[in-house]
Design a protein around this ligand. Structure first.
Ligand code: FAD
Length: 386
């Protein structure tokens, strides 16, 4: 049984989107293009999240995490307008879930701070340890009442804007799932620095950087979860966070579809023309089916998790992440072609969706790694019980 969670409270999971999430997301409309060009968040977007109590809504009330369905509905709505903002919220929810899952004595305080808008980074990946996390080289040595952390984390979202990092480090030398532990490291700890930022094709407002830990000392009580349980904690978290990336993907697919409709049928007259152009209309109909299929899969998985109180299984989480991100890529790519020449400008919203969608296929485990995870659990799939 996982941590205590609110039920989604929706008897019919396929009923309408979450109105407060949609209303908030509409406020973001003016920012994505500007932020994509600037390659950073407009501070106004960060303050809007706090002013409108979005952090409280997505994390849930004290003592009960918001349901996975609620979190995904928020993320879908945000991603339909601004993928980088959706990823900011998604990465917070990922860290929040790890903390909750760990049962750490620090959990209540850390989650309260998150509800007030403290931003975190999740530090697992390294230059030589992406898909294969056991290759991690960052170490944490216990010395007296402290841990001394040495190493470097690569491709870390929220680098430079986070005030805390959840850092995974090796506490034992051998290559084993019991060799890695998780630590809370404040961004202003002596020895922590951001060495460089990635200049990315997509998700450009979301800062991604190298977090260097040069003999960073943290108190012994900074561990999140038991020593040696970092891999287990990270893998359990993926069962929550991969559906969240599914939600980002559904939002991007939906956003691309909406941008396409604005481009090809902005008025009643153009809509009439479109329906008389069967070849084009069929292509667009197929994209709508793609968005609906991804959305149905996502909320089927989240509803089951919320109803049973169990985490989605690894194969469900992986299927959701892989299928929805492939759908986002397909819809954005096709929509770009159908919209034609206007959409190839760098600032065109469909171009942004296309660039963002590519990253969704890669991070939180590439889609090849998702298929490996599904493959390992093929024997556990029982449609009669689903
Ligand atoms: C924008 C962005 C933000 C990110 N944010 C974070 C973050 O906040 N925190 C964090 O810890 N990480 C983060 N990451 C890292 C991300 O999770 C990794 O990039 C991802 O797990 C893939 O690792 P890699 O890039 O090292 O690829 P590699 O592991 O080098 O893989 C390269 C290729 O080989 C394939 N491959 C590798 N192993 C196998 C296998 N066993 N079977 C089949 N194919 C395989 C992969 O599918 C891929 O196509 C982020 C990445 C990006 C792009």
């Amino acid at each position: 049984m996982g941590p205590h969670r609110e039920n989604s409270g929706q008897r019919n999971p396929m009923q309408n989107a979450l109105p407060e999430a949609e209303r908030f997301a509409a406020l973001l409309e003016e920012y994505p293009e500007k932020m994509d060009r600037m390659e950073k968040f407009d501070p106004k977007v960060i303050s809007l999240l706090s002013e409108h109590s979005v952090w409280k809504a997505v994390h849930g009330s004290q003592g009960a995490e918001a349901s996975l369905t609620t979190q995904c509905r928020w993320i879908e709505a945000l991603a339909a307008k601004c993928t980088s903002t959706a990823v900011l919220v998604q990465s917070q929810l990922t860290v929040g879930h790890t903390i909750l899952l760990s049962g750490s004595p620090l959990a209540a305080q850390l989650l309260d701070e998150m509800r007030e808008g403290t931003i975190w980074g999740w530090g697992l990946t390294e230059a030589e340890a992406g898909s294969d996390i056991l290759s991690m080289k960052t170490t944490a040595h216990h010395e007296g009442s402290e841990y001394r952390i040495r190493g470097s984390k690569r491709f870390i979202s929220n680098a430079g804007i986070a005030t805390r990092y959840l850092v995974f480090a090796r506490t034992r030398a051998e290559r084993s799932s019991k060799s890695i532990s998780a630590f809370v490291v404040p961004a202003d700890a002596s020895g922590l620095s951001i060495a460089r930022y990635e200049h990315k094709m997509g998700l450009r407002a979301s800062p991604t950087g190298d977090v260097v830990l040069d003999d960073v000392r943290v108190p012994g009580a900074s561990t999140i979860g038991a020593v040696g349980e970092g891999v287990g904690l990270a893998l359990s978290t993926l069962r929550w966070s991969r559906p969240l990336i599914g939600a980002v993907s559904v939002g991007v697919a939906r956003g691309a579809f909406e941008h396409l409709m604005k481009a090809v049928a902005p008025t009643e007259r153009e809509m009439m023309e479109l329906t008389s152009h069967q070849a084009k209309g069929h292509r667009i109909a197929e994209l709508l089916m793609e968005v609906m299929a991804a959305r149905s899969l996502l909320y089927e998985v989240t509803t089951r998790a919320d109803t049973t109180g169990e985490l989605p299984s690894m194969w469900e989480a992986a299927s959701t992440k892989a299928f929805c991100s492939e759908a986002a890529m397909k819809v954005a790519s096709e929509a770009l072609e159908i919209a034609g020449r206007a959409s190839v400008e760098v600032d065109a919203p469909l171009q942004r969706c296309y660039r963002d969608a590519k990253i969704l296929q890669i991070f939180e485990g590439t889609n090849q790694i998702q298929k490996n995870a599904i493959m390992k659990e093929l024997g556990a799939v029982d449609f009669a019980r689903l």
